[in-house]
Design a protein around this ligand. Structure first.
Ligand code: AMP
Length: 224
């Protein structure tokens, strides 16, 4: 049974969605002077938007909420609050997805009060309309049923955390084969990230001291 509904997003989809989003922005007539990527999720979409809209100026602000894949942290924070003078500029704030909307709201309010732009608009590739506290000015996909989008830029991090969660949930089982873990991963998340990423995540868990490898089997060292 799938525990966390997850959708694997490919690099090609990211390019297609960003191109589509850029088209929506262009049609609106809004011409940003500066693109601001909400770090870390907005980085890649923001860079692509700059490419498609031919915008030179790209800065970033780290507003963080979800510290672990598919697990929301208590409170959103601006990690490195810094100030630049954007009084004469029109800003496009770009993120990957608006889920709760908390990180974007925080980033928007911080920029409006500290950077004081002439205008600010928000763009996101995806907007989870039933749960989001804000609607972005521009979006490409409206999501109606919540899922965790496994974006290509968090594939290693997400896979590592997802495997770790499996180990914690199945704490009685202390020994796993690669195939058993692979099957359990598919069962729990409904996706497969490919052997390269799966092996990389397992190697990371060994490096982190969570797993040990012996005779081709994975032994659980830490169950938290
Ligand atoms: P939020 O403040 O809840 O709107 O989300 C903050 C950030 O967490 C997003 O910009 C994403 O990078 C990540 N995130 C939140 N929800 C999801 C989701 N359903 N799928 C993938 N990433 C997500």
């Amino acid at each position: 049974m799938v525990k966390v509904p997850t959708k694997l997003v490919t690099w090609d989809e990211i390019v297609e969605w960003s191109m589509g989003l850029a088209e929506v922005i262009k049609k609106s007539g809004f011409k940003p002077d500066v693109v601001v990527a909400v770090s870390r999720g907005g980085y890649v979409p923001a860079r692509l938007i700059c490419d498609f809209l031919l915008v030179d100026n790209l800065v970033s602000l780290q507003s963080q909420h979800w510290t672990e894949a598919a697990k929301v942290a208590e409170k959103a924070i601006i990690k490195f609050p810094y100030t630049i003078d954007l009084r004469d500029n029109k800003i496009l704030l770009v993120d990957d997805i608006v889920d709760t909307g908390d990180t974007l709201i925080l980033a928007r309010d911080f920029i409006l009060s500290e950077w004081k732009p002439r205008e600010l608009k928000i763009a996101a590739l995806q907007w989870i309309s039933p749960v989001a506290k804000i609607k972005p000015d521009f979006y490409y996909i409206e999501v109606r049923d919540w899922v965790w989008f496994q974006y290509p830029w968090t594939r290693h991090e997400d896979t590592t955390q997802f495997i770790k969660r499996i180990l914690v949930e199945e704490k009685e089982k202390r020994e796993w084969t690669f195939n058993e873990l692979e099957v359990k991963f598919r069962e729990s998340y409904g996706i497969y990230v490919g052997d390269v990423y799966f092996r990389l995540a397992l190697r990371t868990l060994v490096e982190l001291g969570v797993l040990d490898v012996k005779d081709g089997k994975y032994l659980v060292k830490v169950s938290r």
